[in-house]
Design a protein around this ligand. Structure first.
Ligand code: S3P
Length: 170
């Protein structure tokens, strides 16, 4: 694995727990925590679903790339990225060259449980969110694995933090 350079970048599907794990990791490392979705919404002045409504997914993706470019240059950060951040080759190259990339993995059934009561994710506002998550998982799981330096299972957050800290110190 490439040396840990003080930037930890979390990738994975919606509901994997990137934000929760990212906050904990930032606390343990004494780094600053950033969530790309949060920064996109803050810069736009409206929530993510409104960006999708007004500009479509493509508009959101342009904003996502612009925000990622600003965030990855900051020192000592833990960055949680939106689930679709890896879709563009440009983004994948950017995050890979910027820091240590970790895929937080969870199966679609777990992702469904964690996103069930949440209407902040436009892609899951469909009749059958489990089918959608299975489709996204099938398409993206290989991409996350190729992009990440390593994969960790999203289970008990405290254990995942320990596992990650160990991997980073190798
Ligand atoms: C998306 C994931 C979301 C958010 C947007 C699109 C995706 O982020 O960026 O709704 O394409 O998977 P989270 O993974 O943080 O939920």
């Amino acid at each position: 694995m490439k040396n840990f350079n003080g930037k930890l970048i979390l990738i994975g599907l919606m509901g994997a727990g990137k934000t929760t794990l990212g906050r904990q990791m930032a606390q343990r490392l004494d780094y600053r925590f950033y969530d790309s979705d949060h920064e996109i919404a803050a810069a736009a002045g409206v929530p993510i679903p409104t960006i999708f409504e007004m500009e479509g997914e493509q508009g959101f993706r342009s904003r996502e790339t612009a925000i990622l470019k600003k965030l990855v240059i900051l020192p000592h950060i833990v960055l949680s990225t939106g689930g679709g951040a890896v879709l563009k080759e440009e983004n994948r190259a950017l995050i890979r060259k910027s820091g240590t990339v970790v895929y937080l993995h969870a199966p679609p059934e777990t992702l469904l449980e964690r996103t069930r009561c949440d209407n902040s994710r436009p892609l899951l506002q469909v009749a059958d969110p489990l089918a959608k998550l299975r489709e996204l998982y099938a398409a993206r799981d290989p991409v996350y694995r190729q992009t990440a330096d390593f994969t960790v299972e999203s289970a008990n957050c405290r254990e995942t933090v320990q596992t990650l800290l160990k991997r980073l110190s190798r």
